[in-house]
Design a protein. Structure first.
Length: 144
């Protein structure tokens, strides 16, 4: 489904996960912070995508977002914003989801022993920017 409703729903999810990630920093739960940041980024990307095409069922949204840059139906201003924000969606897909949820299964290290503050805060920074981008694009597309 690609529609304003799908985009709004994904933005709502992204905002909720970002709120969770922010709360987890207060308790220094870096694995939970990173996991929620990853979900926020994923849903922010899907919110953007839903304006132009169906949102994919994947944790990886950087490639579909990059492909939007070739879509002639995407306004140039939106393409510019996506180009500027694309790095925040990179390296925040399935691998991060697995690390933050299951840890290192091979070495049997749980996520709370694996994810350090720097990684959690790095993910949170990306999530803040990704959600802001999705909100900005949603606002712009809602005007039309």
């Amino acid at each position: 489904m690609n529609s304003p409703n799908e985009s709004f729903y994904r933005l709502k999810l992204a905002t909720g996960y970002l709120t969770d990630a922010e709360k987890d920093t207060k308790e220094k739960r870096w694995d939970k912070c990173l996991g929620s940041a990853q979900e926020a980024i994923e849903n922010a990307g899907k919110s953007i995508l839903a304006h132009f095409r169906p949102a994919p069922h994947t944790h990886e949204v950087d490639e579909p977002l990059e492909n939007l840059l070739q879509n002639k139906n995407v306004p140039e201003e939106i393409k510019r914003k996506i180009r500027e924000g694309l790095d925040d969606f990179r390296d925040m897909g399935m691998d991060v989801h697995i690390r933050a949820t299951y840890g290192d299964e091979e070495a049997q290290i749980p996520p709370w022993d694996l994810i350090a503050e720097a990684e959690g805060m790095g993910g949170l920074g990306k999530a803040r920017r990704a959600v802001n981008l999705a909100q900005s694009i949603y606002d712009e597309m809602s005007k039309e």
